[in-house]
Design a protein around this ligand. Structure first.
Ligand SMILES: [Zn+2]
Length: 231
């Protein structure tokens, strides 16, 4: 026997599907909206629809944005030769809030977790490889005279890849997978191999094991980024 009207039950069910929301919180939220003025519910519904319709995934970094390429990818003031790899869009928000990183990002879309059936194929590993190749390959386009001066020009062009997956078991496994993938990229660069230096780093300790970047405080994140180590 259904005690609640179907419409209320439906809202509770929808809330329960959200991360971190149990049946009790779901019911509380539904009753709150039920008692609140109608504008509250309409405002919430409109905001949700607007969010879905007004956002796209940036095809360069795979972050959520209102355009593609996003603001960060198309900002000439950012270091386009430093790429920070994160798990989720909220990690970009957290790192931007710390204000210590001025490069660009790549959002993997999760971490490898064999127990949950998530392997490299379920993440954006192929896209990441292509993105790094593109970044390193841009040397040719930017520096057309380099061939003539290559013999005596010993200055290498330095690129950085900062692996900023969470310091969890899955995050570490994902980081080492990326590291192996990067080793494959390096020798492929043929002619330009000697002119390119690809520095790979990982966020330093400072973040507690098992923590989420998303919830880390500013200082902890700042120290972690500043103390990153080359792999
Ligand atoms: Zn982007």
């Amino acid at each position: 026997m259904a005690v609640l009207p179907k419409s209320v039950e439906k809202v509770i069910q929808e809330f329960e599907r959200l991360p971190g929301v149990g049946p009790k919180s779901a019911a509380r939220m539904a009753y709150f909206l039920l008692r609140a003025p109608a504008e509250r519910s309409r405002g919430l519904a409109d905001a949700l629809v607007e969010m879905k319709e007004g956002t796209v995934t940036c095809q360069r970094c795979y972050n959520v944005s209102d355009r593609s390429p996003c603001q960060l990818c198309s900002d000439p003031g950012r270091d386009q030769e430093s790429l920070c790899i994160v798990e989720e869009p909220l990690d970009v928000v957290a790192l931007e809030r710390s204000g210590v990183y001025s490069g660009v990002y790549f959002v993997l879309g999760g971490v490898m977790s064999p127990a949950d059936g998530i392997g490299p194929e379920q993440l954006r590993m192929k896209e990441l490889k292509a993105r790094i190749k593109e970044m390193v390959g841009s040397v040719k386009d930017d520096d057309p005279d380099s061939d003539e001066s290559s013999a005596d020009d010993k200055t290498k062009r330095r690129f950085e890849v900062l692996i900023a997956t969470n310091p969890s078991l899955e995050g570490e496994a994902t980081a080492s997978y990326i590291l192996d993938m990067l080793r494959e990229i390096k020798p492929d660069d043929g002619d330009d191999k000697d002119k390119i230096e690809l520095v790979v780093s990982r966020l330093a300790m400072g973040l507690p094991t098992g923590a989420d970047l998303e919830y880390a405080d500013r200082l902890t994140l700042k120290r972690a980024v500043e103390g990153r180590t080359t792999l």
